[in-house]
Design a protein around this ligand. Structure first.
Ligand code: FRU
Length: 402
């Protein structure tokens, strides 16, 4: 177990899960809304806590009501808040996030007017007490000074720097870190067509550092300080559920495995596995709890597109209807919104493979399999309630999401 200090943002995420992204000027209804703490560093530290490390966040916090909840939420996950700097000016930074159930991808709209961490505040932290320092590549006013202090006072502790976006002057900081974690957004913003060219260029500016660049479903590339280049293909993903925080998870896993003595290539491989697991569940909770220790409600090999499979769902008030649609498994509560009766109350649920609908056996309401919306029948426009599921990519087990 190591002591890790993360310097970056703490944000309130409001996450709306939608079937599809709305078009501009459209009006849609979200299927669920969740409030969570977020921010790249906070997310990375949360995963590091789950991996058994003692972590602390150096970030700013407002004094509003939301800030109180945020502080408690991260403390509840074992992240120390002793290095937080409070500001009366400004409100809790917020991100409004759409997660599309159709694609699993997310769109983030971020708003902040809270000041960033001050250099003087950071300078008072006893950084020598930590085994690893992780910095978010933002806060360009104070970051050069903070890295300078860290370099001056630390002898054995590695420094990682996340480069998510292009920012003026950030390249001058490459030489201060032992590990540079690039995103493909940064690479693209800087005009690179692939990760390899970015890493080769960055290696010239930071020959002392291990370099990593993730590139979505193309996988990740790494270039060690000794010049060894490696491509790690993306892990197969059975059902993309939620990519929010996948990059932050990846970064945490790299730090964890390097601390445990892995080489860069091994660390990147392990990080890809954990990031893939993250993409197949909502949020970051229980990331390490193997699905195998839970009980599956079904297995994908028994689910077809021509038949609705109804299975018991322990802990829920209705059974679950499972059906294959394109490459996905759709899951809905077995409850017709018309009269709150099971869809298979009178007879089995009929599937129309041409219209891609399923029919309630009681009063013939037709629901689109894709999004559960009733397109014909007594509850026209009402919707079946979707059920969040996770799929184990090794075994095909289908689990209720936690
Ligand atoms: C995900 C995330 C969110 C946060 C946003 C900040 O990587 O950290 O939790 O709201 O990005 O840009």
């Amino acid at each position: 177990m190591a002591k890790i200090l993360g310097v970056g943002n703490l944000v309130l995420d409001t996450i709306l899960t939608l079937d599809h992204y709305p078009k501009e000027d459209d009006e849609v209804r979200a299927q669920s809304r969740q409030f969570r703490f977020g921010g790249n560093t906070a997310n990375t530290l949360y995963v590091l806590s789950q991996l058994g490390h003692e972590s602390a966040i150096a970030s700013t916090l407002a004094t509003d009501e939301q800030a109180k909840h945020l502080k408690k939420a991260i403390q509840d996950q074992g992240i120390s808040t002793e290095h937080i700097q409070r500001f009366i000016k400004g409100a809790t930074p917020t991100s409004y996030i759409f997660v599309s159930k159709h694609t699993g991808s997310r769109s983030i709209t971020h708003y902040r007017d809270l000041p960033e961490l001050g250099f003087e505040h950071f300078a008072k932290i006893e950084v020598e007490a930590y085994d690893w320092l992780h910095f978010e590549g933002r806060n360009m006013d104070a970051l050069p000074g903070m890295l300078n202090i860290a370099k001056t006072f630390l002898d054995r502790q590695p420094i990682s720097l996340e480069i998510e976006k292009a920012r003026d002057g950030i390249e001058a900081l490459f030489s201060s870190a032992n590990l540079l974690l690039f995103s493909h957004h940064y690479a693209k913003q800087k005009g690179y067509q692939d990760a390899e060219s970015l890493l080769k260029e960055a290696h010239k500016a930071a020959p002392q550092a291990n370099l990593v660049c993730t590139w979505g479903d193309r996988g990740a590339w790494c270039l060690s300080a000794s010049g060894e280049l490696h491509h790690e293909p993306a892990q197969p993903i059975k059902q993309l559920v939620d990519t929010l925080g996948a990059g932050d998870t990846f970064n945490a896993a790299i730090i964890h495995h390097l601390l445990a003595g892995a080489n860069l290539k091994q660390a990147v491989h392990q990080a890809s596995l954990l990031a893939a697991r993250k993409c197949q569940q909502f949020g970051l909770d229980n990331l390490l709890q193997p699905l195998a220790s839970r009980k599956p409600i079904a297995n994908i090999k028994h689910i077809s597109s021509s038949k609705a499979t109804v299975v018991p769902a322990p802990g829920r008030s209705h059974k679950v209807v499972l059906i294959k649609y394109d490459d996905q498994i759709k899951a809905y509560e077995n409850n017709c919104p018309h009269q709150d009766v099971p869809l298979d109350e009178a007879y089995k649920i009929d599937i129309n493979p041409f219209e891609m609908t399923m029919k309630c056996s009681v009063h013939d309401a037709y629901f689109r399999i894709d999004d559960g919306v009733c397109i014909e029948g007594p509850c026209w426009r009402d919707e079946l309630k979707p059920v969040d599921i996770e799929i184990d990519s090794d075994t095909g087990g289908i689990y209720l999401a936690e």
